[in-house]
Design a protein around this ligand. Structure first.
Ligand SMILES: Nc1ncnc2c1ncn2[C@@H]1O[C@H](COP(=O)(O)OP(=O)(O)OP(=O)(O)O)[C@@H](O)[C@H]1O
Ligand SMILES: [Mg+2]
Length: 497
């Protein structure tokens, strides 16, 4: 095995490593250049790449052919010039045998295509030199750039023809091939071809760019539409594009959005029924407690009063024992009454449906303000209807109750801003406190989870966020139509029709 020269081996090894590094870099960079790009970008990039490869292949082929054609052309021109020179020498020699006509030779020969002619005496003195006539070269053709000429370059080709008259040598004609004109022709053809190709390519790229824009716009609309569905906006619909396949996609999307919307409406309706059923049950229990327990307690108290009165007819010692028992009974009755009231209040706010919603909520707020550690509560109802129906009213009431309870229990807040407003088909309740704030990731307890379930069941949303200046912000949105504005809208409609 031949010994490898060390520096060469090291260079080869480094070259090999550099090559592998470049391949690894290309392997990592190309996918990242490609991935995540728009379809339009990928198709146009592929088109441009294919065109570049085709242009490179065409240019190599044209250069190869041009080199061969130029070699053949120059060889033919030199051979033809040689024949012509020899014929001219023979004809002059025949006309003036043994004469000194070397000076007349240029007049016979004249300039020739693709060759340079040099006539010199025997002593080597040049008496005439003529460059190529340019032959078929087109007048507008400029000389080819040097890099191109060096690529098409053909080897020098020349012939030395002795000029002999009457057996005596008069001088020499040197015929040398001059490929510059031929190369300029090839260069001009290639430049024209490249300009046409570039123009065609640019036009195709422009057409593709706009065509893809038209094709992809509906796909972008579809993607935006799917995002809307993801966010629960099932009323979103797509316009039908003109292309059949895309129109089919848009149709399917619209049908899907319709079905999702129906399913959501059905879900809300069922949840609404569930809530209503729950509230009906609570109301029934509240009435039972109120109507049954209330009179019973009243009867108990009345009978205890009678017992007290009867005890006064008994001897002092027996009367005292009876009165102490009556006292115990009275305390038990009192406790039952308190528990009953609290139960009634929790089952259903007594005034619900009897007083305007804003007053009912204001009463709840005043109730909280009575707590020793209660914060200041600024309450601002805006354009609230008297009622939005039992379900919505009660949900607002319960959410506010839980929100305020949480503030008193967990926030240590100094002030609270409560805002309830009606607009755009929804009632919005926001409760902002300046307390400790809710740490990120705090697990929800029964209170907030129950609140979310209730609100979602009515198709609304709950958001709990950290308030910029500290504290917590609870926001609830419930879809609800203001019955008063609906009534006035119907009245207005009837008035105009
Ligand atoms: N306004 C608030 N400020 C600070 N922390 C709060 C606030 N509201 C709720 N939290 C935190 O969120 C947690 C969950 O509240 P959630 O109402 O679900 O449960 P809870 O109040 O602990 O119990 P309950 O089920 O009796 O309501 C609370 O334990 C508390 O840590
Ligand atoms: Mg709570």
């Amino acid at each position: 095995m031949p010994a490898i020269h060390q520096p060469y081996a090291a260079r080869a090894w480094h070259g090999h490593r550099a090559g592998r590094g470049a391949i690894a870099w290309a392997g990592a960079a190309l996918p990242s250049l490609w991935r995540g790009r728009s379809l339009r970008w990928q198709v146009l990039a592929t088109f441009i790449l294919i065109n570049l490869i085709a242009a490179l292949a065409t240019a190599s082929l044209v250069l190869f052919n041009a080199k061969r054609a130029t070699e053949a052309e120059i060889a033919a021109s030199v051979a033809m010039a040689e024949r012509f020179v020899r014929t001219s020498i023979d004809s002059l020699d025949r006309a003036m045998p043994g004469g000194l006509w070397l000076e007349d030779l240029p007049g016979r020969i004249g300039p020739m295509r693709h060759v340079r002619l040099l006539i010199s005496t025997v002593g080597g003195k040049a008496i005439w030199q003529e460059h190529s006539s340019g032959g078929g070269a087109r007048p507008h053709e400029a000389a080819a750039p040097r890099w191109f000429a060096s690529m098409v370059h053909v080897d020098d080709l020349s012939r030395e023809i002795p000029v002999i008259s009457g057996g005596r040598r008069l001088g020499t004609v040197l015929v040398t091939g001059e490929p510059e004109d031929e190369i300029a022709e090839v260069w001009s053809d290639m430049a024209d071809l490249a300009a046409v190709g570039l123009l065609v390519d640019l036009s195709v790229i422009l057409v593709l760019y706009f065509a893809f824009g038209r094709v992809l716009t509906p796909l972008s609309a579809l993607s935006a539409g799917l995002r809307q569905l993801e966010q629960g906006h099932f009323r979103h619909r797509l316009l039908e594009p003109k292309a059949r396949e895309l129109a089919d996609l848009a149709c399917r999307f619209n049908a899907l959005a319709g079905s999702l919307g129906t399913a959501q409406a059905e879900n809300i309706r069922l949840n609404h029924r569930l809530l209503t059923a729950q509230e009906d049950e609570r109301r029934l229990i509240a009435h039972e407690l109120h109507d049954e327990l209330g009179p019973c307690l009243f009867g108990l108290r009345a009978n205890m009063a009678v017992l007290n009165r009867l005890a006064s007819d008994l001897p002092e010692e027996k009367a005292g024992r009876v009165r102490s028992r009556v006292q115990i009974l009275s305390e038990i009755a009192g406790r039952v009454q308190t528990v009953n009231r609290r139960l009634l209040q929790r089952l259903r706010p007594i005034a619900l449906g009897d007083v305007p919603l804003a007053d009912l909520l204001a009463a709840l707020v005043s109730e909280f303000e009575k707590h020793d550690d209660a914060p200041d509560i600024a309450f601002r109802p805006v354009q609230l209807a008297d009622s939005y129906g039992d379900c919505v009213d009660l949900t607002l009431y319960r959410c506010l109750q839980e929100g305020l309870t949480n503030i008193v229990r967990h926030a240590q807040a100094k002030s609270v801003e409560l805002r309830i407003e009606d607009g755009l088909g929804a009632v919005r309740l926001s409760l902002r406190d300046d307390g400790l704030g809710m740490a990120a990731g705090t697990p929800l307890g029964m209170g907030l989870s129950g609140m979310k379930e209730r609100v979602h069941a009515l198709g609304g949303s709950v958001s709990i966020s950290a308030w910029a200046t500290g504290g917590t912000c609870l926001e609830i949105t419930l879809p609800a139509e203001n019955p008063e504005s609906r009534r006035s809208a119907i009245a207005g409609h009837e008035g105009t029709s």
